[in-house]
Design a protein around this ligand. Structure first.
Ligand code: URA
Length: 238
């Protein structure tokens, strides 16, 4: 870890109200090793009685990573805070950065159609406003590049807290960045999609990111994305 990353990590723990952390001692081999002194593992990330409001307050005017430099607005998340279903995207694009809301651009319109179209076809009475939608990183990456691992790690802590505060029955991970953040895998969406995975005892369905589905040469994936969504909606709302 670089000095900068250590500083950001410490600031993050400070924001959570954690005042003391213990450094793991460097292990030097000794001829007759003593049993290791227990190292206090860092407290669980989420403070007790966490809430979306507390998380938003903790994020504050965040400057924990370089993504703050070019952002207009932090895009925290939107929708029903008691939703049984949470959608997780990658990070805000230009429209989201302007409005401070997730999935409001072209990909967002497709996501709305996917949610509402599938629900209505399947006889499930929900609208987009009934679910909760957020992203792995809360600030727009320059030129919409993929978030870097340190940015995902720093901001991913807030994502974990959001999901744990909502405690949905299922999460729908949109695209490989969300899948990687939640499942810690480098496996591509094609292999992960359509099957149930698990994040802290919450069911996770991976599907294609709506931006991917907007590209003309990926039209075959649309059908699969609709199948995935159907599975999630029936699992959560039946
Ligand atoms: N793409 C994302 O991953 N998230 C948004 O909020 C918008 C586009």
């Amino acid at each position: 870890m670089t000095k900068d990353e250590i500083r950001q990590r410490l600031e993050f723990y400070q924001d959570l109200g954690i005042k003391t952390i213990y450094r793991r001692s460097v292990t030097v081999p000794i001829p007759n090793p003593q049993p290791p002194t227990p190292v206090l593992s860092l407290p669980t990330i989420e403070p007790p009685q966490d809430s979306l409001l507390k998380i938003l307050t903790d994020i504050g005017d965040c400057k924990r990573c370089r993504l703050h430099e070019a952002r207009n607005k932090i895009v925290f998340g939107s929708g029903n805070e008691q939703s049984r279903l949470v959608f997780v995207g990658e990070g805000p694009g230009a429209d989201e950065d302007q409005q401070g809301l997730p999935f409001v651009g072209r990909a967002g319109q497709l996501l709305t159609q996917m949610i509402e179209g599938t629900a209505s076809k399947e006889g499930i009475p929900i609208k987009r406003a009934d679910v909760y939608i957020c992203n792995v990183v809360k600030c727009r990456p320059p030129e919409n590049r993929t978030p870097q691992p340190d940015e995902m790690e720093i901001c991913g802590q807030f994502l974990s807290r959001q999901i744990l505060a909502i405690r949905p029955q299922a999460i729908c991970a949109l695209g490989s960045t969300a899948a990687k953040a939640l499942l810690g895998t480098k496996e591509g969406v094609t292999r992960l999609r359509g099957k149930w995975h698990n994040w802290r005892d919450i069911q996770v369905m991976v599907t294609y990111h709506p931006s991917y589905l907007l590209r003309p040469y990926n039209q075959n994936a649309k059908k699969e994305a609709w199948e995935d969504l159907k599975k999630v909606l029936h699992y959560v709302y039946d």
